[in-house]
Write a protein that binds this ligand. Structure first.
Ligand SMILES: CC(C)(COP(=O)(O)OP(=O)(O)OC[C@H]1O[C@@H](n2cnc3c(N)ncnc32)[C@H](O)[C@@H]1OP(=O)(O)O)[C@@H](O)C(=O)NCCC(=O)NCCS
Length: 152
């Protein structure tokens, strides 16, 4: 929550800032969905996986629901390591697709995702009104898992 608070901005999320008393884990959350990066024993960042669809037909898809690195630890490869760990975890869980949404204005995150194999699959034009400007939401996805499947 401290990292979310420190990295919160209109570039990183369309959501409101954490309010006091808000819990990181909702009651039905699985802590195993959150991977944590540590530097010298201190949490430096985290990535959260989730399932975008409750349907069995969409069970091969996992989603990155959050990624953040503490400001003091940024630009040292932590974000890239977290993303690599998320791809590995998604593969271990049998996923074929890993998806995410990123604000069009978040150049740092978009560069990171592109460099890790995520491709733009769609753009929701003017999806969010942030600080008085309409901002596109960019849908990205990467193919994960090692089983061949021509349909994906
Ligand atoms: C996006 C974020 C997770 C990147 O974490 P990080 O640990 O700094 O990233 P890394 O050091 O692993 O950098 C990997 C690549 O991302 C890109 N990148 C990261 N920060 C960047 C910046 N400030 N400007 C431009 N590119 C950047 C670069 O391509 C970089 O590779 P390079 O260092 O070889 O040039 C971090 O900036 C962050 O927490 N931002 C706030 C929260 C957020 O926006 N989350 C994503 C929501 S969709």
């Amino acid at each position: 929550m401290a990292i979310d608070d420190a990295t919160w901005s209109g570039l990183s999320t369309p959501a409101a800032r954490w309010t006091p008393g808000r819990r990181f884990f909702k009651p039905d959350a699985d802590p195993g969905d959150v991977l944590v990066a540590e530097v010298a024993g201190v949490v430096a960042g985290y990535v959260k996986l989730g399932t975008p669809s409750p349907l069995a037909s969409g069970s091969h898809v996992l989603e990155i629901q959050a990624l953040a690195v503490a400001p003091a630890q940024q630009r040292r490869g932590v974000g890239r390591d977290l993303l690599a760990a998320a791809i590995e975890a998604a593969t271990e869980r049998g996923a074929r697709r890993l998806t995410l949404r990123v604000l069009a204005t978040n150049a740092a995150a978009r560069r990171l995702y592109s460099s890790m194999g995520f491709e733009v699959e769609g753009v929701l034009r003017g999806e969010f009104l942030i600080d008085g400007s309409y901002v596109d939401d960019v849908l990205m996805a990467a193919r994960v898992g090692d089983r061949p499947n021509r349909a994906l």
